[in-house]
Design a protein around this ligand. Structure first.
Ligand SMILES: Nc1ncnc2c1ncn2[C@@H]1O[C@H](COP(=O)(O)OP(=O)(O)OP(=O)(O)O)[C@@H](O)[C@H]1O
Ligand SMILES: [Mg+2]
Length: 313
């Protein structure tokens, strides 16, 4: 027996009888997904209409209920975001939750869905029962995987799907905390579920100005000239913020690894390597860097380069 074990005191009975602590409840919620704490959030860069709508929502959620009651309304606690992958749906909700000082549970459909009949609906009920005890924002990711239109469901899988939809509808009506959701497939979401969300927002691919800002943010801590940022942003037209982040992380990595391999460090060579080792998901139009690589690389060729590396600590 180790020394620690010999000196360990038995847990007093009074401690065992205590109700589970807040931490224990948060811990229990983790079986349903990823728990994100307020201090880990990062503000997304959003197109003006979405940014303004979220600003309004945030203010609404932090306004005293009595004030809204003066005009007979309440803050909206249900919202759904749709739009292409990697546009910041999860990030923006995390940011809102963080501004309200609340943790957010990103509920993954796979952690709720069960292959056993009846169990998925039970899981939904258990999840909400747990969430009722803690102040946490529920974020139902890939809602389409949980709440597919009931008229599309047939067979035994369909029946199980119906039960989940019914359970979700009940929970959405009864739960008094914030429940937000995201989907890339609004076309297949059950309409009764869709209607429960008071805020319905499409988070689109970034406009040129936002794309520039995203390229710039993820170029840090490299010091890349704005002229070059503008050109990179042009060859990434149509890219999601997540793809832009990935490309700019590759640029940063390449600044350290490329010289070790004695590679050509011109901007054309750097972006040729990046284009060859990344491929955007196959949906819609590809950004010029992949659709027309030679003309995109030629457009980058005379941009100010190389960037200054930050000084080593
Ligand atoms: N608008 C944005 N501004 C800055 N960074 C962003 C933005 N959108 C996404 N990112 C970055 O891309 C990554 C993925 O974003 P996120 O998971 O929020 O996208 P999503 O819309 O939820 O995607 P999915 O539909 O695949 O769930 C995050 O690391 C985030 O930092
Ligand atoms: Mg997401």
């Amino acid at each position: 027996m180790s020394r620690e074990n010999r000196t360990m005191k038995p847990t007093p009975l009074s401690d065992l009888l205590k109700p589970p602590s807040l931490d224990a409840k948060l811990e229990a919620l983790k079986q349903y997904g990823d728990l994100r704490m307020p201090d880990e959030s990062e503000p997304p860069i959003l197109n003006p209409p979405v940014r303004e709508a979220l600003h309004q929502l945030m203010l609404e959620l932090s306004t005293p209920p009595e004030e809204l009651a003066l005009v007979g309304v309440k803050a909206r606690l249900r919202g759904i975001f749709d739009g292409p992958p990697g546009t910041g749906k999860t990030t923006l909700m995390h940011h809102i939750a963080a501004r309200l000082g609340l943790p957010m549970l990103v509920v993954e459909a796979a952690n709720v869905a069960s292959k056993y009949v009846n169990q998925s609906a039970e899981q939904v009920a258990k999840l909400f029962a747990l969430a009722r005890e803690v102040d946490v924002v529920l974020f139902l990711d890939e809602l389409d995987a949980l709440a597919t239109n009931r008229s599309d469901n047939s067979g035994s899988v369909g029946q199980e799907g119906n039960k989940v939809v019914i359970a979700l509808l009940q929970m959405l009506d009864r739960h008094d905390g914030m429940v937000f959701a995201a989907t890339n497939r609004r076309d297949i979401i059950d309409p009764a579920i869709w209607r429960r969300f008071q805020v319905q927002m499409t988070v689109d691919l970034p406009e040129p100005e936002q794309r520039f800002a995203i390229v710039k943010r993820y170029s840090k801590p490299l010091d890349i000239d704005d002229e070059t940022i503008g050109r990179i942003s042009a060859v990434l037209e149509g890219a999601s913020p997540a793809l832009i982040k990935n490309v700019m992380e590759s640029v940063r990595r390449d600044q350290i690894i490329g010289p070790k391999l004695k590679q050509d460090m011109s901007i054309v060579a750097v972006f040729r390597r990046i284009a060859a080792s990344s491929a955007p998901a196959d949906e819609g139009d590809q950004p010029p860097l992949w659709a027309r690589p030679e003309s995109a690389l030629a457009y980058l060729a005379d941009a100010p380069w190389p960037p200054a590396l930050p000084k080593a600590a």
